[in-house]
Design a binder for this molecule. Structure first.
Ligand SMILES: NC(=O)c1ccc[n+]([C@@H]2O[C@H](COP(=O)([O-])OP(=O)(O)OC[C@H]3O[C@@H](n4cnc5c(N)ncnc54)[C@H](OP(=O)(O)O)[C@@H]3O)[C@@H](O)[C@H]2O)c1
Length: 244
């Protein structure tokens, strides 16, 4: 499915393990990559080395997507490089993993700004041909200590539907609601091992979702002509949602 295109893909959360897989996959399909990360510069550096070795064109920026000013900086950065992304893959997320009763307005504000609100501002400004948003099972199901991010992911999914309507017919909008992926961020969930065992034992496909599973689906949604699927969110969970 090599695209051989001059198309740029903007990837937020590119420094995450899942974002890195998405970047390598889209790069392999022929996309040039505009990569956004925040704190983990080393992870981004490693990704850049891999992309360079594969002759994939890229540009990177480290920035926190939590203020209007920083979002404006992203647009200015892209304009300065004459990059008009045809595809946006949205993976940026940050949240405080605690029970709801331990959350304050700062925790919730930060989580929603980074994980949901920024998508609305950037996508509406850039109006790409395709928007692919990574949500999680916690948007619709209750996962212990995941209240802040779960609620922000629900907001993200709602925003996705509004964008699908408001930006049609020029933009097709898709969501991927992924199940548990064993990343360092997931390991920060209190009692991760219990969650992992429970998810594994109930998942019909008998394994956890991997970054490669997500990257493959992002690649498919980016490459294929699927405009009539706009506004849909695909459950990528090995069938876990089907089981009581
Ligand atoms: N792991 C799972 O079980 C799972 C399941 C379903 C969906 N997902 C989703 O997949 C995506 C990646 O998840 P992950 O597990 O690989 O987690 P992660 O490492 O925590 O990924 C979060 C990404 O968002 C970036 N980020 C954090 N704060 C930011 C900020 N203020 N401004 C801009 N970017 C910021 C991080 O950049 P830095 O690292 O550079 O700071 C990182 O690239 C997330 O959207 C997550 O919700 C994960």
């Amino acid at each position: 499915m090599q695209q051989n295109t001059n198309d740029w893909a903007l990837i937020t959360g590119a420094s995450s393990p899942i974002g890195q897989q998405v970047a390598m996959h889209l790069g392999g399909l022929g996309y040039s990559l505009a990569l956004l990360g925040f704190r983990h510069r080393e992870a981004m550096d490693d990704l850049c080395t891999t992309l360079s070795n594969r002759n994939i064109r890229f540009a990177t920026k480290q920035i926190s997507l939590n203020t209007q000013a920083s979002l404006d900086q992203v647009i200015t950065w892209l304009d300065g490089l004459s990059i008009k992304p045809g595809v946006i893959a949205w993976l940026a997320a940050s949240g405080v993993m605690r029970p709801v009763k331990e959350l304050n307005m700062h925790h919730l504000g930060w989580t929603f700004q980074v994980s949901a609100f920024s998508l609305a501002i950037i996508t509406a400004r850039l109006a790409p041909r395709k928007l692919i948003v990574i949500s999680s099972t916690g948007a619709t199901r209750v996962v212990e200590n995941y209240g802040a991010l779960g609620a922000a992911k629900s907001a993200l999914e709602t925003m996705l539907r509004y964008l699908a309507v408001e930006l049609a017919p020029n933009t097709s909008v898709f969501g991927i609601r992924a199940g548990l992926v064993e990343t360092s961020a997931a390991h920060r969930l209190p009692d991760f091992d219990t969650l992992r065992t429970s998810v594994l034992s109930r998942t019909p496909m008998g394994r956890l979702v991997t970054p490669a599973d997500i990257a493959k689906l992002v690649g498919l949604l980016a490459s294929e002509d699927l405009e009539m699927l706009t506004g849909s969110i695909l459950d990528l969970d090995g069938g876990l949602r089907l089981v009581l």
